[in-house]
Design a protein around this ligand. Structure first.
Ligand code: GLP
Length: 250
């Protein structure tokens, strides 16, 4: 595990974008695993700039998003499909056929999960997976539980997650109770993983994930055994990590 602390969200976003851009330059048809939420927003902004200002070429890049709310169609303003179009896809030259998301309104959700796993497999697996982390230690929509869900599946959202994500929804609009999400096994199979976290509200979940034993009650705790895992955080998110001796991780 590599542990990188930067001053603030701006530096974190730039650093994450440069790491991802490096993959695109080295392998123009790289398979990216992408996250949503506030954490990677600045990274997407930087990538759009790199495309416009320096010609970073996404024309052969393939992407797979982590998750989607059940019941939200791709055109719904709170869907992750909409988020991705708005914040990334339309700002770079990704080919629409190369961008993949779970379909939140698929008539058969279980078949949809199997289809998605197959597509990832056919693409050769994920080369570089970007992750955020929930305040309760969830990754993608793998919520704390008594076992790790290995494959892509249908997940019940924790109340804490629904509350945290309510900020993205209009007043009166309710946060869905379920989501489709890739599983922990699929995430752990990625060749490289980058987790980005900013802000003091992530400090506890991060420290617990790094220092406590691997535990499905804290899904992010499994990441530390991934052979190519980078934790990139700003100073605020590193608050509870900074007190410990992390020299072994640097
Ligand atoms: C959501 C997403 C996760 C994301 C997490 C943190 O529930 N499903 O993929 O990492 O929340 O979001 P944020 O970055 O907005 O704090």
């Amino acid at each position: 595990m590599r542990f990188l602390v930067v001053d603030d969200y701006e530096s974190l976003s730039r650093r994450a974008a440069l790491m991802l851009a490096g993959h695109v330059v080295v392998n123009p048809s790289v398979v990216l695993g992408l996250a949503t939420g506030d954490s990677p927003l600045g990274m997407y902004r930087e990538l759009v700039k790199l495309h416009h200002d320096y010609g970073l070429d996404f024309s052969s890049v393939r992407t797979f998003n982590l998750d989607e709310y059940c019941g939200l169609s791709p055109s719904h303003p709170q869907s992750y499909a909409h988020y991705m179009r708005q914040n990334f896809f339309t700002g770079v030259n990704l080919h629409p056929d190369n961008t993949h998301l779970l379909d939140g309104v698929a008539p058969d959700q279980f078949a949809e999960c199997i289809r998605y796993e197959d597509e990832i497999k056919q693409a050769g697996g994920i080369d570089f997976q970007v992750l955020g982390i929930g305040r309760n230690g969830h990754i993608a929509f793998n919520e704390p539980g008594d076992h790790f869900q290995v494959r892509t599946g249908v997940f019940e959202l924790a109340e804490a997650t629904r509350e945290a994500n309510a900020r993205f929804f209009e007043r009166g609009d309710t946060v869905p109770t379920r989501a489709l999400s890739v599983g922990i096994g699929t995430i752990m199979k990625a060749r490289e993983i980058l987790l980005v976290a900013s802000g003091v509200e992530k400090a506890h979940a991060l420290a617990a994930s790094i220092f406590s034993p691997i535990d499905p009650a804290l899904p992010a705790s499994i990441l530390k055994i991934h052979p190519n895992f980078t934790l990139l955080v700003d100073r605020a998110a590193a608050r509870d990590l900074a007190e410990r001796d992390l020299s072994a991780y640097q």
